[in-house]
Design a protein around this ligand. Sequence first.
Ligand code: NAI
Length: 265
Amino acid sequence: MPHPAITKDNVAVITGGASGIGFAAAIAFARAGMKVCIADVDETRLAEAATRLSSVTAATNVMTLAVDVSEIESVTELERAVRERFGGTDILMNNAGIQPGSTLFGEPDHWQRIIGVNMWGIINGSRIFAPSMIARGRCGLIINTGSKQGITTPPGDPAYNVSKAGVKAFTEALQHELRNSKDCHITAHLLIPGFVFTGLTAKGRTEKPAGAWTPEQTVDFMLARLEAGDFYILCPDNDVPRALDEKRMLWAAGDIIENRPPLSR
Ligand code: NAI
């Protein structure tokens, strides 16, 4: 049984959808019969992704838009354009992210860009889309891509860690808000991938390092956990549990914490 929001004719919007984990999610949603909008700042990759998507679904089911998630106007335009083309959004995957590296006393502009894309991108997406998704009155999902680095905060890339810690905190606030909203059938989920071999992590490597997941494996795991109703989708190929307290370690076991299952349509 697929998750009730992953239903033929529903609409999925994926930011950072032109490559890596986002593109693998776009393929999976398209294969499930959904209409898919991929939003990405990289127009060349967007065009390539649209061509590849056309091998799994009709061109009429696919839309692409050049979007910078750190810009609220750009995200507002994305929401409007999807509503105009497909009638609204049922699944929002706030996934766009960058990891150019950072140092604690590095340039403020550099910090602002990392936090702007990784954290503000997710806040912008959630705040702009959630009201219209709720008003649509259907069962829906908001999936925010965090990182174990937002929980374990290892030394070495402080701006990325801060941005992803913000994603976790914001997603938890969103979960509470949606849970307490009347007539709301939307749930919010935090995806915490482990080490996935993508453009973000390849750093010159052409071969997948041992132990790394592929984007497709990550998305398959995510879909299975959504089906199980998990709010925290903690991919098991990482060391997050060691950084969590006993209660939160239950996430790793796939237990459902305070879960209100999504309602059927
Ligand atoms: P990727 O580099 O393959 O994909 C990221 C996509 O986001 C790219 O297509 C890029 O053009 C797009 N993007 C960048 N800035 C943008 C902006 N301002 N507006 C719109 N789109 C923008 O990387 P990957 O690995 O698929 O990353 C996806 C998410 O997963 C990111 O949020 C990343 O932080 C997170 N993540 C990845 C892990 C990994 O091991 N690959 C581990 C943990 C988290």
